[in-house]
Every structure is written in structure tokens, then in C-alpha cells.
Design a protein around this ligand. Structure first.
Ligand SMILES: [Zn+2]
Length: 99
């Protein structure tokens, strides 16, 4: 079963929800934090999943794309900013729970 992630582009403030076409059975939070998808370059690809990815936006770092929420759809929801973005400063208030 795929799952939903919510990502914010800190350059524009835009928040997008995208569907990860991966089975939740293979979900590991580590992948999104200290793993490959803790990096802006990979989060960028998911943020633009419905559009062509602007090449100039694919930059490694830990400042551009913050992860706001992971909803596995089975009752497990991760929305603690520091848990999802270890070491990143929290820039804005958490999004409303409706997101
Ligand atoms: Zn990277």
C-alpha cells in the first residue's frame, strides 16, 4: 500500500502532499531522516512528483525541503518536525492538523 508524505518548499512556503508509490511494508523512517531522503535533492523529486523537476532545484542540502508529515494510512502518522527533520531548524509553525 502506498503512503502519503507532506513536504514544504522553504523558498516559497508552498506545501504539497504526494503519494509515495512504495509499500508501507518496506517503510523505514531512517530513510527519510538520516538516509537518502533526508537530503533536499531527493525530497525535491517527491515535491515535484506531478511536474517536471526544475534541474536547478536539485541541490543537496538540509535547508530547502522540510518534511512535515508522513501518513502511512494504517493509523501510523509521523508529524513531529524534529523527528522528521533531525538537525534542521524549525522555520514556521507546524501546519494545521488538517493538512
Ligand atoms: Zn542530496
Amino acid at each position: 500500500m502506498p503512503y502519503q508524505v507532506t513536504i514544504r518548499d522553504n523558498n516559497t512556503g508552498e506545501v504539497r502532499e504526494t503519494t509515495m508509490d512504495l509499500d508501507i511494508a518496506s517503510f523505514h523512517l531512517y530513510w527519510w531522516t538520516y538516509g537518502n531522503f533526508g537530503c533536499d535533492c531527493n525530497r525535491c523529486g517527491e515535491f515535484y512528483s506531478r511536474d517536471p523537476v526544475p534541474e536547478q532545484d536539485v541541490v543537496c542540502g538540509d535547508t530547502r525541503f522540510d518534511l512535515l508529515k508522513i501518513d502511512l494510512g494504517d493509523g501510523r502518522v509521523f508529524d513531529n518536525f524534529q523527528e522528521l527533520n533531525p538537525g534542521r531548524p524549525q522555520r514556521d509553525p507546524q501546519p494545521p492538523p488538517s493538512l
